[in-house]
Design a protein around this ligand. Structure first.
Ligand code: CO
Length: 497
């Protein structure tokens, strides 16, 4: 049954989120799924030899991932079908000289990464996850992932008796003074640093003496959970944007292995801090990977530029669902609902990359998949957020649409999403990855000049009544009006399959 399938998909998303407390863990979890499905690991430093139909993945610095499947036609002819998402989330990162002792307590120094809702980090069961640099005999040090399974530290708020007005005036948290978590009590002669090192080394399965460095984050110790009366909602850390990563990954795994176009997903690091990191959307990470895929199919810089011109990208990142307690914060005519389907994000200043053509194309993909879509525009009197879409689109020159599933409490340590939306998003993305292949096949199956369209291209869509256009028609701007989101009216429906 369709609702069961949606629930199963969300339970799988929750597992993926739990496996990814940091960007490095999420990338490793994604790579493990790809390898289980036969995708070969590529090394950026080695020559690439790829054959049509082959799945591949590569990571850069362990915190970004590009994966895909080589199409049966060269990219210069069939283009790339790309999905982008980001694998980092806002939070608190541990400073190098930690822990330290202060006034009888053992504490960690932390820096704020990105824009978390700081209050949500207070009085929660927190633990540590990240990477250890481990010495190897006769070789370069290696990186080991580490995660402590149990609650390890807390950031207690000051009691109400010290700040009587806090509920009226708002909680103010100074990033330097108020966020240092308490790891325990000063152990007197037993130094805390040694005990923490032993704990971390044990969790990573390495010898404490071999650990030469650590890169640690504070993370929520509580696993994701279904959390509402009829289990129609779920709560989890990092829904922004591991939901986007999971959707991209699952769409790639489900997409047909015989597509003409080369399919690519990119899980970028550094989105929450501006994307200017080596595996970020504002780096050459995806750019270089696409160019090499093009060169692997045939020599020539022109072929690469032709490939770009024939490509489409969908950028997936969280969207704001209507919050009933803060309804006035939304534009009254754009109110995405949880379990209302994927949201297409639009912004006049191009804080979202969505254009008329890319919006229309995604709406068609969703309609084909039986997924409802909704639309989001930020209030005109508030500055709009942004994402990887505009950055990657500008760098690559590839038409891009910004979409995302509706969620509450974005950037809280624990966010809320709807149980139906992930399956709808994945289904629409599979159409995006596979659809161009069918169109290209149709295009190449007929003479290049103005030949009559095949019947299938003119047949109206049974669900929407809209006729399907060829890319040539769409690109000339003669498409039908794009806006036909079903919006909140779709609330409560199971996936239409
Ligand atoms: Co995001």
């Amino acid at each position: 049954m369709a609702a069961d399938r949606a629930r199963k998909t969300t339970l799988d998303l929750m597992d993926f989120i739990h496996a990814g407390p940091t960007a490095a863990h999420a990338v490793a979890a994604a790579a493990a799924r790809l390898e289980a499905a036969g995708f070969a690991r590529l090394d950026e430093r080695a020559p690439w030899r790829l054959r049509p139909g082959q799945g591949f993945h590569l990571s850069r610095g362990a915190t970004g991932l590009v994966a895909g499947r080589v199409g049966s036609a060269p990219p210069a002819e069939a283009g790339f079908r790309i999905i982008g998402a980001h694998c980092d989330s806002p939070g608190l990162r541990v400073k190098p000289k930690s822990p330290y002792e202060a006034r009888g307590y053992l504490q960690l120094g932390v820096e704020v990464y990105g824009g978390p809702l700081l209050a949500s980090w207070a009085d929660r069961d927190l633990t540590l996850a990240g990477r250890l640099l481990v010495r190897r005999r006769g070789g370069e040090p290696r990186v080991a992932l580490v995660r402590v399974a149990r609650p390890l530290c807390r950031i207690p708020l000051a009691a109400i008796h010290f700040q009587r007005e806090v509920n009226q005036e708002g909680l103010k948290l100074d990033a330097q003074k108020h966020l240092a978590p308490i790891l325990g009590l000063d152990g007197g002669r037993a130094p805390g640093a040694g005990a923490l090192l032993e704990l971390l080394a044990g969790a990573a399965g390495v010898r404490p003496a071999d650990v030469v460095g650590a890169d640690l984050e504070l993370v929520d110790a509580q696993p994701p959970a279904l959390a509402s009366l009829r289990e129609e909602l779920f709560a989890a850390p990092r829904i922004d944007n591991l939901a986007g990563c999971h959707a991209a990954l699952e769409a790639l795994l489900r997409a047909p292995a015989t597509a003409r176009a080369t399919t690519v997903i990119a899980l970028f690091d550094g989105e929450e801090i501006g994307s200017q990191v080596p595996s970020g959307a504002d780096s050459f990470f995806l750019d270089a990977a696409l160019e090499r895929l093009s060169l692997a199919a045939g020599p020539g810089r022109e072929a690469w530029h032709r490939a770009r011109a024939a490509s489409w990208m969908v950028s997936v990142d969280g969207a704001h669902a209507l919050h009933p307690n803060y309804a006035e914060m939304h534009d009254p005519h754009h109110l995405p609902a949880l379990n209302g389907g994927p949201v297409i994000k639009v912004n006049a200043k191009q804080r979202y990359a969505t254009s008329l053509l890319t919006r229309g194309r995604f709406e068609e993909c969703a309609a084909r998949a039986g997924s409802p879509v909704q639309h989001y525009v930020h209030r005109s009197d508030l500055p709009c957020g942004s994402t990887i879409g505009p950055i990657a689109a500008a760098r690559l020159g590839i038409p891009t649409v910004d979409v995302g599933n509706p969620m509450l409490a974005m950037h809280s340590i624990r966010e809320t999403g709807g149980v139906l939306d992930q399956e709808w998003m994945i289904a629409a993305l599979v159409e995006h990855l596979g659809r161009g292949e069918r169109r290209s096949a149709r295009r190449s199956a007929r003479p290049p000049a103005a030949a009559p369209r095949p019947r299938s291209a003119r047949r109206p869509d049974r669900r929407t009544g809209a006729s399907r256009e060829t890319p040539a028609v769409r690109r000339s701007g003669v498409g039908r009006p794009p806006s036909r989101g079903r919006g909140p009216s779709a609330r409560g429906r199971g996936p239409a399959r």
